[in-house]
Ligand binder design. Structure first.
Ligand code: CUA
Length: 174
């Protein structure tokens, strides 16, 4: 066997193993940024311009029925405070931090998303049945860490409000 070929082969395998590993740990590496487009955002101007301005936060429904949730984690709360999603539908979560490192977890589920300032964290969520989950912060982020709590409400698909374009869903029923 040609040693040079073997070396190239081993290196290729190592690199290929590295890609899913970085996804698993949700580490923002330059390679993923290159592959998925820029995921950086300025934490100091979140509320002024861009994707995470206040009226863009919450649950959004695309024309094709896809559901996207945008949130901000900050000391010591999640915005919006309560999010509403339909059951049985894939939910695309996009979240960033305005200050420290946080970790968004929905109690009783497998989901746990690390949130860093300057970066958009993404996750695919799906909830099979309706229910209410406590949203908690699992990364020590300061004095108010243990009070950093909010809620996630999963409602049956037919009870999820039909959102007009530009409208955002939240827990206050219309
Ligand atoms: Cu945010 Cu702990």
């Amino acid at each position: 066997m040609n040693w040079r070929k073997l070396r190239v082969f081993v290196l290729t395998v190592l690199v290929l193993c590295l890609i899913p590993a970085t996804r698993y740990y949700q580490i923002d590496v330059p390679l993923m940024r290159y592959l998925k487009g820029s995921r950086t955002v300025d934490p100091l101007s979140l509320h002024l311009a861009g994707e995470f301005v206040e009226n863009n936060l919450g649950t959004e429904q695309g024309a094709d029925g896809s559901v996207t949730v945008r949130m901000i984690a900050q000391q010591y709360l999640f915005v919006p405070h309560c999010i509403l999603v339909p059951a049985g539908v894939p939910v695309h979560l996009r979240i960033t931090s305005a200050d420290a490192v946080h970790s968004l977890a929905f109690n009783g589920t497998i989901y746990n998303v690390k949130v860093l300032p300057g970066t958009i964290s993404e996750a695919r969520l799906q909830f099979s049945s309706p229910g209410e989950f406590k949203t908690v912060c699992r990364e020590f982020c300061g004095a108010g860490h243990y009070a950093m709590r909010s809620a996630l409400k999963v409602v049956p698909r037919d009870q999820f409000p039909v959102l007009r374009s530009g409208e955002r869903g939240n827990c206050e029923a219309r």
